[in-house]
Design a protein around this ligand. Structure first.
Ligand code: SF4
Length: 338
């Protein structure tokens, strides 16, 4: 069975953007593949943070994931720092990764340009990501398009390690060199089917740092208070102005939450000025509620029983450590380490 690895930052409660863009897909994939789903707290400490806040955000993220349908009996759900082999393998990969390749990563250049003093952890972030994936020898990684460059680096690191430390196969390659076995698979992107969800400002991807999110567990009234003023097609100045649904984030949220006949109605009513944006948003809110009420209910049940979270994480970490331990034993043996 193919293996997948997915990581998510401990950013607290999930928002609709990361639910639709990633987690909803993982809920499907956990039934098809052997899945490792990891809350990546080591990645979160590359920026300043408060320890108590990180612990709270990690817990809230796990509650959200369980409420959204991640099933600990179908996958291994765990927190990264509970499996020490992640940083152990990351160190090893640091020794075979050229500095120039890390400095060329778009996300590093973008984040570093906004910081006065850049920590080495920010530069080495994609090396830890490669370790996260390859520790489980995962052959597929569900990602959005913005993560493709980091995934390519993971593939490159796998190739480089295999070329140096993979066991000789006895065959001679086209370049005349002896071929080596691919201990680490080159992970393939499993592109997330949902289009990138924009924030309520319609300007940027939905993200906590932009303050443009709808929380997955947010109360109904609070969601409506955000939807009501949300940006729509700027061409719809008056109620009688027809719009272009494809340019409007509300339409894309309809596509994620509303049934096909409602999406069709939205398209017709928008492009013919058959209704106003407020009518459209009310219908969206109703359909969002149908999807989100059961998730909110599950989250409340889970939050009332802390043992559910603790047990899920303990079982997931035990399975993750087992696989990670096997990988590291092989890696160290082939590298001449103790
Ligand atoms: S009618 Fe709906 S889809 Fe069209 S611009 Fe308004 S909110 Fe967007």
């Amino acid at each position: 069975m193919s293996r997948i690895f997915s990581g998510i930052q401990p950013s607290g409660e999930l928002h609709v953007g990361n639910y639709l863009g990633a987690v909803k897909n993982w809920v499907e994939l956990q039934r098809e593949f052997e899945a490792f789903i990891c809350v990546v707290d080591y990645h979160a400490i590359t920026v300043p943070y408060a320890p108590a806040d990180l612990r709270r955000r990690t817990h809230e993220m796990v509650v959200s994931l369980l409420a959204a349908g991640i099933d600990p009996s179908a996958c291994s759900l765990f927190v990264q720092s509970a499996v020490p082999q992640h940083t152990e393998l990351a160190w090893i990969f640091n020794t075979i990764t050229p500095l120039g390749e890390l400095e060329r990563q778009t996300q590093f250049k973008d984040k570093a340009s906004r910081q006065e003093s850049v920590m080495a952890g920010l530069l080495n972030y994609p090396v830890l990501q490669a370790a996260d994936i390859l520790l489980y020898r995962a052959d597929r990684v569900p990602v959005g398009e913005d993560q493709l460059q980091h995934l390519e680096l993971s593939r490159e690191i796998a190739r480089r390690w295999n070329a140096r430390f993979g066991r000789p196969t006895g065959a001679i390659g086209e370049d005349g060199a002896e071929e080596r076995e691919a201990f680490f698979p080159e992970p393939q992107a499993q592109l997330t089917p949902t289009r990138r969800i924009m924030g309520l400002d319609g300007q940027a991807k939905m993200s906590k740092s932009m303050g443009n999110t709808i929380g997955l567990l947010e109360p109904s009234e609070s969601i409506w208070a955000k939807l009501r003023p949300a940006v729509t097609d700027p061409a719809r100045v008056r109620r009688t102005d027809p719009g272009t649904p494809e340019v409007c984030n509300i339409y894309h949220l309809h596509r994620a939450f509303s049934p096909p006949d409602v999406v069709e109605t939205v398209h017709v009513n928008c492009s013919t000025a058959g209704w106003g944006c407020l009518d459209c948003k009310k219908v969206l809110h109703e359909h969002m509620e149908l999807a989100l009420v059961p998730i909110r209910r599950r989250a409340a049940e889970i939050a009332a029983q802390p043992a559910v979270v603790d047990d899920a994480l303990a079982a997931g970490a035990a399975r993750a450590r087992e696989v990670a331990g096997e990988t590291m034993a092989e890696v160290k043996e082939r590298m001449g380490l103790a």
